[in-house]
Design a protein around this ligand. Structure first.
Ligand code: ATP
Length: 308
């Protein structure tokens, strides 16, 4: 990993009235790193990002972005960073192409660069569509295009794949990975999606209630959890109460609409013993077995199920 830091944040705090949105966050992101901030609604991800981007001032703490404080926002700095924010509004009555060409012009870039980015994001066939007529996912991709048109060194994305269909989501992953790997762009994104963080990020900060609980490579987070296996089965196969009695070491979650529908999940470090017991009870029908995921890490760090 490159030694030079793209971002240094030390003990940043921000309260909105009685809500402590950010409660002492310290982070370092290296240049060239793909860094994720993962956490449920209200965890403080957006506020943290806005402070680092220089869009919001912290109540206390210190931030440095590409070797400088993020505020005041200088022209030089704006040329070097790209920011995609949630719910971006576009200039009115412009087509997708005009929109992104306007952004390109602000950076004195040729129209051809704007068209290249439209192509990269799979929006060429929507180039002549007014932005207010784009679907949610298309508008989302256009907002990312506007953030990357000037090939920034450091890119901030706030929930970039929210609302995208699975294919658009994977295409966008490829675009982001390309920016990071080929162009050396440092990427910081917030996400609700565990698979996204696991797939893209070199390191992931898990945030909850304004704090960073851990910041490590996904593989490290998963390995440290020590081989938890997740065994899921139809809830009708075994009652949650009974499962808790049979497997006192395991974490048992029941997602039941009624006791006979839904899924029962057993998280255990002793899958062989659990499976043997389930086999003895003839409860293997419809069963699936998975290794540890970031979701399990989240559960173990916060003590509660992940709810996006
Ligand atoms: P989400 O996943 O929903 O985007 P988040 O992790 O990005 O959530 P933030 O948007 O940073 O979380 O919000 C953190 C907390 O601060 C929440 O409790 C939120 O209600 C509160 N908050 C955020 N912005 C404001 C604001 N402008 N005024 C008052 N409270 C705010």
């Amino acid at each position: 990993m490159p030694m030079q830091a793209a971002i240094v944040a030390e003990d940043i705090r921000k309260a909105y009235g009685p809500t402590q949105a950010v409660d002492g966050v310290s982070l370092t992101v290296a240049r060239g790193e793909f860094f994720g901030i993962l956490g449920p609604n209200g965890a403080g991800k957006t506020t943290t990002l806005e402070i680092v981007e220089g869009l919001r001032r912290p109540d206390s703490g210190r931030v440095e972005v590409l070797g400088q404080p993020p505020t005041p926002r200088t022209r030089g700095m704006l040329r070097r960073i790209g920011v995609q924010i949630q719910g971006l509004t576009f200039f009115e009555r412009l087509t997708a192409r005009e929109q992104i060409r306007t952004f390109a012009a602000l950076y004195k870039l040729p129209a051809s660069r704007a068209d290249e980015v439209l192509e990269m994001l799979g929006l060429t066939d929507k180039a002549d569509t007014l932005t207010e007529r784009l679907s949610g996912g298309q508008a989302q991709r256009l907002s990312i295009g506007c953030a990357i048109v000037h090939a920034p060194e450091l890119l901030f994305l706030d929930e970039p794949t929210a609302g995208l269909d699975p294919q658009a989501r994977r295409n966008l992953w490829d675009v982001l990975r390309g920016l990071n790997e080929r162009d050396g762009c440092t990427v910081v994104l917030t996400t609700h999606y565990m698979d996204e963080a696991e797939e893209l990020c070199h390191r992931v900060a898990i945030m909850d209630t304004g704090r960073v609980l851990r910041a490590d490579p996904p593989a490290t987070l998963i390995r440290d959890l020590g081989g938890v296996t997740r065994i899921s089965m139809p809830a009708a196969a075994l009652a949650a109460e009974q499962a808790r009695k049979l497997f006192p070491e395991a974490v048992v979650d029941a997602e039941e609409e009624t006791p006979t529908t839904g899924t029962l999940t057993i998280r255990t470090t002793e899958p062989a013993a659990v499976l043997a017991e389930l086999a003895a009870r003839d409860a293997l029908r419809g069963l699936s077995v998975r290794g540890t995921t970031l979701e399990d890490v989240f559960l173990s760090l916060t003590g509660r199920e992940y709810r996006a």
